[in-house]
Design a protein around this ligand. Structure first.
Ligand code: PLP
Length: 371
C-alpha cells in the first residue's frame, strides 16, 4: 500500500496553509482578534434571513447571485456584468490567482516568468502568498516603506524587486495589519504603471476616508474587491464581490463553482443593501471608538499607528507583544499577534464596542501597574 502522504501532489505536500485567527469557545471572552464587527447585522437583515429558512432550502440558489449584483450595480453606478459575487472575497482572490496567473512548471528552473508572479506588499493580507502557492504561481512580496506607506513607482523601479509585468498584483487598501490608508492618487499611479491585473482589496474601506472604487471603472485591468464581512457584520455568511471590466469579470465567472454563493448569504447581502443607513451609523461609532482607544493607549505609552480600518496596530509601552497576548488572554481579552519578523513587536487590536474598548484599557492599566 502507498503511504497516504505520497499520494498528495508535491505542491500540496510543501504547502504552508493559512492560519486563520482563533474562534475560541471561551465564555465571556472579548474577541478583538479577527476584525469582526462588534455590532449585529441590521434587524431587517436578520428578519430576511429568518423568513427564508423554510422548505425552500431544498432548492439551489440563484447561480450568479443576481439580486445582489443588481443591488450592487445600482449602488455603485455600474452594470451587473461588471460584478461577481463570491463565497467571501477570499474565494474571489483565489479565483483571481487561478484566472490570471499561470502555474510554474515543476521542472523548469530559472527566473520566474511574469505570467506566474503574484505581487503584493509586505506586510499585507497574509492569505495572498498561500493563494499563489496553492495554484503553483509564485508569491512576490515587496516591502512597504518603514512607516508602512506605499513605495512610489520610481522607488519600485529603483528597488528592482518589482515586476511591472507581473500577472497579478494584490493591494490591501487600507492596509492590514498596519491600518494605513493609501491615497487614491498613489494607487492610481501604481495601477497605471502595472501591465497585469491589479486587485485593490478594500475589505476595510468603509472605515476609511477615501476609497479607490473609481479606479475599477476607469482602468480595464483594475478590480476592486469588497466584502460584506467586516463592515456589514456578515462574516458568518461569506459574501464578497469584485467590480471591474466586463471581460475580466466574465473570465472569473467561467472559473467559479456554479453555485458559489449560498442562498442565505445572498438574501442577507441583498437585505443589507436595503438598510445601508443602519451600517453607516455603526461605521461612525467604530471610528469614534477607534480614535478614543488610540488616544488612551498612546497616553499609556503605547505606540499606535494611525488607522483607516476597524483595528489598531500597536506596540506595547513595555514587555514583548507575545507576553502581552498571553497577559491579555488571562484577563479574557483576545487580540492578534503575528510571529513574523517585521510584526512580532506589535499587537493588532480590533476596535470593538465602547464597553469592549474600556475593558481593554482597564486590563492594560492593571497589567502595567502590576509590572
Ligand atoms: C477579512 C479580509 C478579507 C476576506 O474577507 P471575506 O470576504 O470574509 O472572505 C479579504 N481581504 C482582507 C484584507 C481581509 O482582511
Amino acid at each position: 500500500m502507498p503511504r497516504p502522504a505520497s499520494l498528495l501532489r508535491p505542491l500540496v505536500h510543501r504547502l504552508h496553509a493559512y492560519t486563520p485567527g482563533e474562534q475560541p469557545k471561551v465564555k465571556g471572552l472579548i474577541k478583538l482578534n479577527t476584525n469582526e464587527n462588534p455590532y449585529p447585522p441590521s434587524p431587517k437583515v436578520l428578519a430576511a434571513v429568518r423568513a427564508a429558512v423554510d422548505g425552500r432550502l431544498r432548492l439551489y440558489p440563484n447561480p450568479s447571485a443576481e439580486a445582489v449584483r443588481d443591488a450592487l450595480a445600482r449602488h455603485h453606478g455600474c452594470s451587473p456584468d461588471q460584478i461577481i459575487v463570491g463565497n467571501g472575497s477570499d474565494e474571489l482572490l483565489a479565483l483571481a490567482v487561478r484566472t490570471f496567473t499561470e502555474p510554474v512548471s515543476e521542472d523548469a528552473p530559472g527566473p520566474v516568468p511574469s505570467r506566474s508572479k503574484v505581487h503584493f506588499f509586505s506586510p499585507s493580507y497574509s492569505l495572498y502568498p498561500v493563494l499563489a502557492d496553492t495554484h503553483g504561481a509564485v508569491p512576490q512580496p515587496v516591502p512597504l516603506k518603514p512607516d508602512y506607506s506605499l513605495p512610489s513607482v520610481a522607488e519600485l523601479k529603483r528597488g528592482k524587486l518589482w515586476d511591472f509585468k507581473a500577472a497579478l498584483t494584490l493591494v490591501t487598501t487600507p492596509n492590514a495589519p498596519s491600518g494605513r490608508g493609501y491615497p487614491t492618487a498613489e494607487l492610481d499611479a501604481l495601477c497605471r504603471a502595472q501591465k497585469g491585473v491589479v486587485v485593490l482589496d478594500e475589505a476595510y474601506v468603509d472605515f476609511a476616508e477615501e476609497n479607490a472604487f473609481e479606479l475599477a471603472l476607469r482602468h480595464p485591468h483594475v478590480l476592486v474587491s469588497r466584502t460584506f464581512s467586516k463592515a456589514y457584520s456578515l462574516c458568518f455568511q461569506r459574501v464578497g464581490y469584485f467590480v471591474g471590466n466586463v471581460e475580466l469579470i466574465a473570465g472569473l465567472h467561467k472559473m467559479r463553482d456554479s453555485y458559489n454563493v449560498n442562498g442565505l448569504g445572498q438574501i442577507a447581502a441583498a437585505a443589507t443593501m436595503q438598510d445601508l443607513a443602519y451600517y453607516r451609523r455603526n461605521f461612525a461609532r467604530i471610528k469614534a471608538t477607534r480614535e478614543q482607544l488610540r488616544r488612551e493607549l498612546t497616553g499609556l505609552g503605547w505606540e499606535v499607528l494611525p488607522s483607516q480600518t476597524n483595528f489598531l496596530l500597536t506596540r506595547p509601552a513595555q514587555g514583548t507583544a507575545e507576553a502581552w497576548l498571553a497577559a491579555l488572554r488571562k484577563r479574557k481579552l483576545l487580540v492578534r499577534w503575528f510571529s513574523s519578523p517585521g510584526l512580532r513587536d506589535w499587537l493588532r487590536i480590533t476596535v470593538g464596542t465602547e464597553a469592549e474598548a474600556s475593558a481593554l484599557l482597564r486590563a492594560v492599566r492593571a497589567i502595567q501597574r502590576a509590572g
